[in-house]
Ligand binder design. Structure first.
Ligand code: AMP
Ligand code: MG
Length: 309
């Protein structure tokens, strides 16, 4: 078997058009931002977002950052208050990500936010990412373009070395400038806090900042993971009394992750299915077995965490 290589195209009109064509069919593209190279997918397309996880081989689902062209586009997706708008006006485009309440009507795929009601969003300052966002005309989910647990790529060659044929197209615009991931700001009961340090520092922001991770992860503060409110039973083949069964493949239930047993489809549908189960009249949730191969590992990781709470 000959090793397949990704197509690496230098920044320009043709490269932007090629990237948009790939994104439109629900596939993924590696693109430079001012922080690191990102692995981008249409944020409204669940299966496209699932293929980001497939390519990265991430063993778990974390909410992803959504990139948009400008503040107006961001305000169509997230709810901004005066403080958030002020930060955006001062620092966008730039390496600052804001975690804000998600507008349900924005059509963002459940896998992007990992089922949360908040969304991490930013306007990147890089000309290539900006050009693709404008030509594509919609939000792009984009974590770093490397396999899970590898260092973040700051050059097209790093992406090719890490992901190989798992990414069909890399838009090359030289080395990225910041080299570290964006600063992330979120709001808890105590006000704004840095969730992840980055190129824009606490001093730069000149904000009263809550005391970091511990405070944010405390109950009632910003949740970083969605879990259903009901008890959840794993590896269910049949429905027991009082259960809402989420099927997979041959196991049919009240709902299914994928009737055809497709793991990418199952990943794309996972959080929506959990939300529907939570909203159903049944008191408990059961989920059919899902193979732990490929992206199935991340699905099982999420289901296990949802079952043990
Ligand atoms: P990245 O791999 O650069 O896309 O990293 C995304 C980071 O943003 C992760 O560390 C997430 O935990 C964090 N993040 C994204 N969305 C949210 C959210 N809704 N609430 C809290 N943290 C978030
Ligand atoms: Mg990363």
């Amino acid at each position: 078997m000959t090793a397949q290589l990704p197509r690496i195209v230098p920044f320009g009109d043709d490269a932007v058009a090629a990237a948009v064509a790939v994104l439109r069919v629900g596939a993924i593209v590696a693109l430079p931002t001012e922080t690191v190279y990102g692995l981008a997918a249409d944020a409204t397309h669940g299966a496209a977002v699932a293929s980001i996880y497939g390519a990265k081989g991430r063993p778990s689902f974390n909410p992803l950052i959504v990139h948009v062209a400008d503040l107006a586009a961001a305000e169509r997706i997230a709810l901004f208050d005066e403080e958030a708008r002020g930060l955006a006006a001062r620092w966008w485009p730039g390496p600052l990500t804001l975690v804000l309440p998600l507008r349900g009507e924005a059509g963002i795929a459940g896998l992007v936010t990992a089922g949360l009601e908040t969304i991490a969003i930013r306007v990147p300052a890089h000309r290539a990412m900006q050009a693709v966002l404008r030509a594509f005309g919609g939000p792009l989910a984009a974590p770093s373009a490397n396999v899970s647990n590898a260092i973040s790529p700051t050059r097209a060659a790093h992406v090719a070395a890490s992901l190989g044929a798992r990414v069909p197209l890399i838009l090359d615009d030289g080395p990225t400038s910041a080299g570290v991931e964006s600063t992330i700001i979120g709001w808890g009961a105590a006000g704004a806090a840095i969730l992840r340090p980055g190129p824009i520092t606490a001093e730069d922001l000149g904000l009263p900042l809550a005391a970091g991770e511990a405070r944010i992860n405390a109950p009632g503060q910003l949740a970083t993971h969605y879990a259903p409110h009901k008890p959840l039973r794993l590896h269910a083949i049949t429905r027991e009394a009082g259960e809402w069964l989420i099927g997979f493949g041959a196991v049919t239930g009240d709902d299914t992750l994928s009737a055809s047993g497709d793991l990418l489809e199952a990943a794309a549908r996972l959080f929506d299915a959990l939300h529907r189960a939570d909203a159903a009249p049944a008191e408990r949730i059961a989920v059919a077995p899902v193979p732990a191969t490929g992206i199935g590992a991340a699905i099982n990781d999420r289901l296990r965490r949802a079952a043990h709470r």
